[in-house]
Design a protein around this ligand. Structure first.
Ligand SMILES: [Fe+2]
Ligand SMILES: [Fe+2]
Length: 504
């Protein structure tokens, strides 16, 4: 208690006050900040208990409560005090302080003199078998003089455990610290508002990018959910090689942002590629259809015309297929060698000039042949490279965002989701020693969602087993982390996310 301090002790406490003010401004978590405020104020004044309310429009919300005597009896969990709201009016002590901005220094709350409008609410004392006596209730005012909250300190204890009153020095120090606390509270709230705004922008823009294709709608949200589920599973892991690995709050946040943003670079990839279902576009097929029509018109015999018709049917089927069997490849090459005469007398073409009579064109152009020759899937090597570029776009977009210090690795981490432990990934062919656990988690979450979101919601348990088997194969091929995939599968880490998705 400062009221009975020697001058040296008083100076020391003043120095302490400055240190506390500085410590308050460095706290970025609201709950921790509020707890720190009450802890330090109680320590400075030797108060047995303390609580803090924050204003929320016309109400005060109970945020933090501490009481040494009750903690000894019930443990530190004073939740009985929480989730409590009181209106800002003259009827309660805290409400009065919030409304008027005045400080109340009460010797005995059960004997308040002069009939003020407020009264002490004794229900808490009755419920907990506690006796509140002295109380100091002070407003938390910010730079603009706005009351952002109220603190209540109760029962100053002497060295011998006697309950004393709060001294005028206590009052002065509490008010000095209260204004610092109010500024710190406002800063943390502002930071939280900025973070929420950024998150909302991130979520809406990424979701819009994902929604460009039905194949990827909701992908980033699910990848973030799987990543966080796996990271928490790692934190809970008590045995095996992952027991030694853990992520702190900042690292978890870094992973969550990276997972949400990992495919933001797809904004730089053409819709036509993301949505590509066949080897050639509808327009390309239309051009080929007309070319074959022209060729049939030129056909020397009915047999030749019928053959061309079959060739075109074969191309249409090939265009839809995701595989190119060897015999089909042979037929395609033979077909591409056929040519069509651009004879000016045929169809609507009216070409003039030297050499026109001998102008011939192949039935399939080199780019068309290349697109149809793709053996697996429907992307040509060039198109595949263009899609792979999305990770570099992700890197470049995120590098332009001024992330706070602990998120500075987000661009690199997000852009590493296609890297593989054995160096077979892209874009930088990083290897195991360069890939953090967060990066490995992201890769697993990304693959797993790509595998399980196909043809959703018609997938069966069998499909899930196949997807998990593919993850194991990737481990066997040295591409994914063995321990993480093991935990993902044996801990059924994916289950909660899938259940939530199915509910949504
Ligand atoms: Fe990707
Ligand atoms: Fe992805």
């Amino acid at each position: 208690m400062l009221g009975s301090c020697s001058p040296q002790r008083y100076l020391l406490e003043k120095q302490k006050l400055i240190e506390i003010s500085i410590a308050l401004t460095s706290e970025t978590d609201l709950n921790r900040l509020l707890t720190k405020i009450i802890t330090e104020l109680r320590r400075l004044t030797a108060a047995e208990g303390g609580s803090l309310y924050l204003t929320d429009r016309d109400k005060l919300k109970f945020e933090v409560a501490q009481n040494e005597a009750l903690a000894r009896r019930f443990g530190s969990d004073l939740r009985c005090l929480k989730y409590h709201e009181i209106p800002i009016n003259q009827k309660s002590i805290a409400g009065y302080v919030a409304l008027t901005g005045k400080t109340l220094n009460l010797k005995d709350v059960y004997q308040i003199p002069d009939n003020p409008p407020y009264r002490f609410d004794s229900s808490f004392d009755r419920r907990n078998g506690y006796t509140t006596k002295s109380m100091l209730a002070a407003p938390l005012r910010d730079q603009q003089g706005e009351v952002v909250g109220v603190i209540q300190l109760v029962n100053v204890l002497s060295d011998s455990g006697q309950i004393l009153s709060f001294s005028p020095e206590d009052e002065g120090l509490v008010l000095a610290l209260a204004s610092q606390a109010a500024v710190a509270i406002n800063n943390v709230r502002l930071l939280a508002a900025i973070r929420e705004l950024f998150e909302a922008l991130m979520i809406y823009s990424v979701s819009a990018i994902d929604a460009r294709s039905p194949h990827t709608a909701g992908h980033s949200r699910r990848v973030a959910a799987y990543s966080m589920a796996l990271a928490h599973a790692v934190n809970n892991c008590q045995e095996g090689p992952l027991a030694a690995v853990s992520f702190n709050e900042l690292e978890l946040e870094e992973l969550r942002f990276s997972a949400w943003l990992h495919d933001i670079g797809k904004i730089g990839v053409r819709d036509a590629l993301l949505e590509k279902k066949q080897k050639l576009t509808t327009d390309q097929m239309e051009v080929i259809r007309w070319r074959f029509y022209l060729a049939r018109m030129q056909a020397a015999s009915a047999l030749e015309a019928a053959e061309l018709e079959q060739d075109f049917a074969f191309l249409e089927q090939l265009n839809r297929s995701n595989h190119l069997p060897a015999e089909a490849a042979g037929r395609l090459i033979a077909l591409a060698q056929k040519t069509i005469s651009l004879n000016p007398d045929v169809g609507h073409l009216r070409l003039t000039g030297p050499g026109v009579q001998n102008l011939r064109q192949p039935l399939l152009s080199p780019p068309e042949l290349m697109a149809l020759s793709v053996q697996h899937g429907n992307l040509t090597p060039g198109e595949y490279a263009e899609i792979q570029q999305h990770v570099l776009h992700t890197l470049h977009i995120l590098e332009k965002i001024p992330f706070r210090k602990h998120l500075s690795q987000v661009p690199r981490l997000a852009a590493s989701h296609h890297e593989r432990l054995n160096g077979s990934g892209y874009p930088f062919q990083l290897t195991a020693s360069e890939l953090s656990y967060q990066s490995r988690i992201l890769a697993i979450a990304d693959i797993f969602d790509a595998l399980t979101s196909l043809d959703r919601p018609y997938r069966t348990a069998d499909d899930l087993e196949k997807s998990l088997a593919i993850l194991k194969e990737e481990v066997d091929r040295g591409r994914l982390d063995h321990d993480l995939v093991d935990l993902f599968i044996s801990g059924r880490v994916y289950e909660g996310v899938i259940a939530e998705e199915n509910q949504a």
